[in-house]
Design a protein around this ligand. Structure first.
Ligand code: ZN
Length: 311
């Protein structure tokens, strides 16, 4: 074949391969949990690029120029929404020719951040944290029923982006939804083994509001719903009093948050830190929570014995 014809063929190859269904659909996800959900639905039919990767705190994430580059080649862009990954707007602007982002929490009735959830002293905090009043809690994935809404939204977006693979995406989504429904039942059965009065947990920041509401566990945190604000000394002191008064033994760090405040709090309250919960990001592939499903199994494996007081 002529040299020039060969070159033309090579240049046309990726588009041709995609049309024939051989090349996976390029998808960009804002953070690791969304990235895993797309992979679970799409399998080898998708090539997923995650922007805020394993163990990365997406609240305070600073995108790099290479992230804008990844958006330019994407057929589908996914974000959580509810103010969690608002930096995606800046990134999409910087990228220019990227597709509009699909919001995975679309249709979910967002939980508002109730002030008393943090330390029981709403009146003190209201003045200090006015910027948080009435803001939506973005951590909807911590309720597996909401997780199923994420999956339906992602599957619908994949089908629009690549109609030729719609049936495959549908099959992938249905199998995944069945697993998540089973996992939701397992989580409830696990929590049911803990006496109601002991279902109390302290974590670094307010990532488990949806988990608490769905599964009947009360979570307390020195840091608010975003990891960007630091708790005051008065808030930490108040939480230590609550811990002692209620005999709370389930105190946890989070994989992507700064551990300093929580370690100090646990030391002053005389309790042991029971381990590391996966809250806003997954672990790397060789860690204990490389998938959304593994994250729940890992967290429950730590939470249940700690709440019982056996830790
Ligand atoms: Zn968070």
């Amino acid at each position: 074949m002529h040299r020039r014809a060969l070159l033309a063929l090579a240049l046309a190859a990726p588009a041709l391969a995609r049309a024939q269904g051989a090349s996976p659909l390029p998808v960009v996800a804002s953070f690791s949990i969304l990235g895993d959900m797309v992979r679970q639905i799409g399998g080898d039919q998708v090539a997923v690029h995650v922007i805020a990767g394993p163990d990365v705190d997406a609240h305070s994430f600073q995108p790099r120029p290479s992230d804008a580059q990844a958006l330019r080649g994407a057929a589908l862009v996914l974000r959580n929404g509810l103010g969690f990954d608002a930096w995606m707007d800046r990134l999409l602007n910087a990228a220019g020719a990227a597709p509009a982002a699909v919001t995975a929490t679309e249709g979910i009735a967002a939980r508002q951040i109730p002030d008393e959830d943090r330390d029981g002293h709403a009146h003190e905090r209201k003045q200090e944290h006015e910027h948080e009043a009435g803001a939506p809690d973005p951590h909807a994935w911590q309720d597996l029923r909401h997780g199923q809404t994420y999956v339906r939204n992602i599957a619908a977006a994949l089908q629009v982006a690549d109609p030729a693979r719609a049936a495959a995406f549908q099959r992938g989504a249905e199998a995944y939804l069945r697993r998540l429904a089973t996992l939701d039942g397992w989580v409830r059965a696990q929590i049911a083994t803990v006496p109601e009065a002991r279902r109390k947990v302290v974590t670094s920041h307010d990532a488990f509001g949806y988990f608490g509401a769905a599964y009947g566990v009360r979570f307390l945190a020195p840091q608010g719903v975003s990891t960007e604000s630091e708790p005051s000394a008065a808030q930490v002191a108040q939480l230590i009093r609550t811990l002692k008064r209620e005999g709370i033994t389930a105190v946890f760090l989070e994989n992507m948050a700064n551990p300093a405040t929580l370690r100090r709090l646990a030391a002053e309250a005389g309790v042991k830190v029971q381990g590391r919960l996966y809250a806003d990001a997954l672990s790397p592939a060789d860690g204990p929570a490389p998938t959304y499903e593994a994250m729940f199994r890992h967290n429950l494996g730590l939470l249940v014995p700690a709440m019982r007081g056996a830790g």
